[in-house]
Design a binder for this molecule. Structure first.
Ligand SMILES: [Zn+2]
Length: 97
C-alpha cells in the first residue's frame, strides 16, 4: 500500500538571530509504502520493511497519518531558522544595549 500526498503546515519556530518567534510555512510531500496490518504498520526502511510502533492502523483500517505527517514536517524544518533571510539579529536591533 502506498500512501502519497502533499501538505502544508505552519510551525512556530524561534529565529536563531533575534530569538523572536515566527511562523515557518512548511511544505512537504508524503510518499510512504506501508504494509497494512491491524494495530501497527510496517514501513519500508533501508533494510526492508520494519515495524514502526508509531504508525497505527485502526481496527477499521483507518490509517493514522498524524505521526507520518509530523515526521515529514520535522524533516523540512530549517536547521537554522530565521524569521527572514536578512534578519539583523539582536545586536543590530539594539545597538545601545
Ligand atoms: Zn529574526
Amino acid at each position: 500500500m502506498t500512501v502519497s500526498g502533499e501538505g502544508t503546515a505552519d510551525v512556530a519556530l524561534t529565529c536563531m538571530r533575534c530569538l523572536d518567534e515566527y511562523c515557518e510555512h512548511v511544505q512537504f510531500t508524503i510518499e510512504e509504502e506501508l504494509h497494512p496490518d491491524p494495530g501497527f504498520a510496517h514501513r519500508r526502511g533501508t533494510d526492508g520493511f520494519e515495524v514502526d510502533d508509531e504508525v497505527h492502523i485502526g481496527p477499521n483500517h483507518v490509517l493514522d497519518l498524524g505521526e507520518i505527517m509530523r515526521q515529514h514536517i520535522v524533516l523540512h524544518l530549517p536547521l537554522k531558522p530565521l524569521c527572514r533571510t536578512d534578519c539583523p539579529g539582536l545586536e543590530e536591533m539594539h545597538p545601545n544595549g
